[in-house]
Design a protein around this ligand. Sequence first.
Ligand code: HAM
Length: 424
Amino acid sequence: MQGQTVQAIRAIRGMHDILPERTGLWQTLEDRARAVLEGYGYQEICTPLVEKTDLFKRSIGEVTDIVEKEMYSFADRNGDSLSLRPEGTASCVRAAIEHDLVSTPRRLWYRGPMFRHERPQKGRYRQFHQIGVEVFGLAGPDIDQEVVLLTRRLWNTLGLGDLRLEINSLGDGEERAAYRRALVFYLEGHLEDLGEDSRRLQTNPLRVLDTKRPDTQAVIAGAPCILDYLGAESQAHFDRFCAGLDAAGVGYRINPRLVRGLDYYNRTVFEWITDDLGAQGTVCAGGRYDTLVARLGGHPTPAVGFALGLERLASLLEAEPPSPDKCLDAYLIAVGDGPQAKALLVAETLRDAAPELRLICHCGGGSFKSQFKKADRSGARYALVLGEDESARGVVGVKPLRSGGEQSEVALDELGVFLATRIR
Ligand code: HAM
């Protein structure tokens, strides 16, 4: 090996490290989301990162981009086909059926990494993180309204004022089938303008509405509108949903082209969109999926949910990060052999006395000056100074680093309580 340079291994394309400078922002984001979710009575559920591939095929749909092209699937050692989860709804429904969580209304939430082999670009990654919610057992538009109100509260908590809400109704099975027939009939009349989008005509024609091709978009401008195919019940559901948003002062735009890329939806669908992230502007998306629980083997159970993309939210917040909820309280400096030998034990005593304390005990020795510089750079509120003299007298020097106050001395055995009263 001598003389050879060793090639460093880099992360997989589209999969990113979240470095310590940014984990604070992520923690704030997650803490605020958790507080809002708990405020609406949601309970956290954790499911495995890997599931049987069939689960995703049967829920997301065989002819979707995710299942056709984007799943990380592999054969387990016993030959079973497994996949890294591309989203959380399927796993959540599987777990809810398996553990009988769907017989009474339930509000569940989850968070964690999801995996899709998409073409990476800003805001689109191969490993990304979602916080998602799924509500089981409630069929009315009131719960659709509540999940939107919950997301609005979260944006307000995070100081995100300019997200737009787009909504649509996809109707129920038969309504969508009738719409699909009308759409295919219309699109077949414009085949020459559809280019590669015509591939979707027989398999998943609603996805054509989502196209980025300008020629297809021009065709779609004259296509039939799904809202004209809603039956009386779906229409009443949608009207009451809209009226609920109006009553709560939530602004929205009805976008009849909003069809979503996963097949399980019916009736209400919605997306929260920002103009600040370029092409990948949807930060949160969801809707109803009233037939999925039964299709995966459970009792027929209405359901609604959404997921938000944490990378996208984090980059919106980067410009103006919310004030951190946490910072380091103290940095303990020890100068001289005797104090250095006992610094870790002093730190343990302080942690016993003040369990909430966030304390770094300097390791690695060095002069007072170099240790003090590190204390200052750490962002701690106090430098705690233990030199030979302080150690002999049973005291510690306490220097406020952020408020410009004077250094004082506190008896070692009172320091824990002293700090505990100042860090709240
Ligand atoms: P989705 O629209 O596929 O829905 O994803 C939800 C959100 O996850 C997106 O709006 C976006 O913010 C984020 N996201 C999706 N793909 C990526 C990616 N490749 N890179 C970065 N962020 C991404 C679902 O996943 C449904 N399970 C939502 C749901 C829950 N519907 C009902 N319940």
